[in-house]
Design a protein around this ligand. Structure first.
Ligand SMILES: *Cc1c(COP(=O)(O)O)cnc(C)c1O
Length: 380
């Protein structure tokens, strides 16, 4: 593809000498697990996100598992979450023997619709997992009061949203715990897997620390069966090189979103709102009823796009036992047929954004003439 959906090589090229020095430093230290780099990164990120504690873990999925377990979620509990997310959100809940209870999304931003939560609360409900999808804040100002009223824990899935804010406060610090992922395509990406759990609750932080190292505080003494889920020193050292650049990368993502918005505002597509800091654009996702044709057209023009996500979580084979049916979450199902994520990464040039936009406009204009109507409409 001439224009990839996400190109990690460009960022690496820019930082290669520094990254290589960081790796060499860890190699020379002989300390590969839970050393100084993990410890420092935890401090740096806790201060960035605005929590008292941060605990490095092996990946975002296990971060969710450990955070939920530390919040007391276990077998038989119900956890309310969105039907429209990456599989890991539901997978983590299921791994604990708990039951994911899905809620439909708001068609404006594809985040969990708060007005749908109340009807799903039962005596077995234990927690809510809002997902800040594509990097856009879920409506925490409405979710948190519901959780408080019913005594539910809130674990934010902020895997795509490190750096985004809600009401001026960083995501990941609003719930009882927040989880981010350092998967390479996330806004702060490692050169492999990694994740972090954020909390200001000393008990939750302590439990996550304990669980990530086999439920052990003293060598060879295990009070509970935990996990082996640690962030490693090499990834932490690499992330510490990248962290000071995160603010600049985030601004660039938001600038690219603004450029797309300018070019595409009359394309007849559903576009994400470019607001203040509440969206950090891990993905720039548009909607079109002709999504599959648009994707194929762009591919012919050398432009790669992605579909996040082609199925609702309730439609996943692995979760069929939950008994949901097609039609249960109409907004989610509509989104799965209409969403398309255009190329988005900080190193994408203005010229490339213009080229992608021109290709999109060529497609929508052709549709306009062949259909005699608008090529697409907003999802709302
Ligand atoms: C990436 C992602 C995760 C999982 O993170 P990993 O580090 O890949 O395990 C969880 N939830 C969402 C919404 C994600 O995008």
């Amino acid at each position: 593809m001439e224009i990839p959906a996400c190109d990690l090589k460009r960022q690496h090229l820019e930082l290669a000498p520094e990254l290589e020095r960081a790796v060499a430093g860890v190699m020379a230290s002989g300390r590969f697990v839970l050393g100084e780099n993990v410890c420092r990164l935890e401090e740096e990120l806790a201060s960035y996100v605005g929590t008292k504690y941060a605990v490095g873990v092996a990946n975002g999925t296990e971060g969710l598992i450990l955070a939920l377990e530390a919040c007391g979620v276990g077998p038989g509990d119900e956890v309310i979450t969105t039907a429209f997310s990456f599989f890991a959100t539901a997978g983590a809940i299921t791994r604990l023997g708990a039951k994911p209870v899905f809620v439909d999304v708001d068609p404006l931003d594809f985040n969990l619709a708060p007005q749908e939560i109340q009807a799903r609360i039962t005596p077995a409900s234990k927690a809510i997992v809002p997902v800040h999808l594509y990097g856009k804040a879920a409506p925490m100002e409405r979710i948190l009061p519901i959780a408080r009223r019913y005594g539910l824990k809130v674990v934010e899935d902020a895997a795509q949203a490190l750096g985004a804010t809600a009401g001026g406060t960083r995501l990941g610090s609003l719930g009882d715990a927040g989880v981010v992922s350092f998967y390479p395509t996330k806004n702060l990406g490692a050169c492999g897997d990694g994740g972090m759990v954020f909390t200001s609750d000393p008990e939750i932080a302590g439990k996550v620390r304990f669980l990530r190292a086999h439920g052990s505080l003293k060598p060879h003494r295990h009070q509970v069966v935990g996990y082996n889920s640690r962030l490693d020193e090499i990834q932490a050292a690499l992330l510490r090189v990248k962290l000071p650049r995160l603010a600049r990368w985030t601004t660039r993502r938001q600038d690219i979103a603004r450029l797309y918005q300018g070019h595409l505002k009359r394309a007849g597509l559903g576009l994400p709102r470019v607001g203040d800091g509440d969206h950090v654009f891990n993905r720039y996702t548009v909607t079109s009823p002709d999504r599959d044709e648009l994707k194929a057209f762009l591919e012919c023009q050398g432009i790669a796009t992605e579909i996040y996500y082609p199925l609702g979580l309730h439609q996943q084979e692995a979760l069929a036992y939950l008994g949901y049916r097609r039609g249960d979450f109409p907004m989610t199902e509509r989104a799965t047929g209409e969403v398309l994520s255009l190329p988005m990464f900080p190193e994408l040039t203005d010229h490339e954004v213009a080229r992608v936009s021109e290709a999109v406009l060529t497609f929508t204009r052709r549709r306009l003439t062949s259909h005699g109507g608008p090529a697409g409409r907003s999802l709302v």
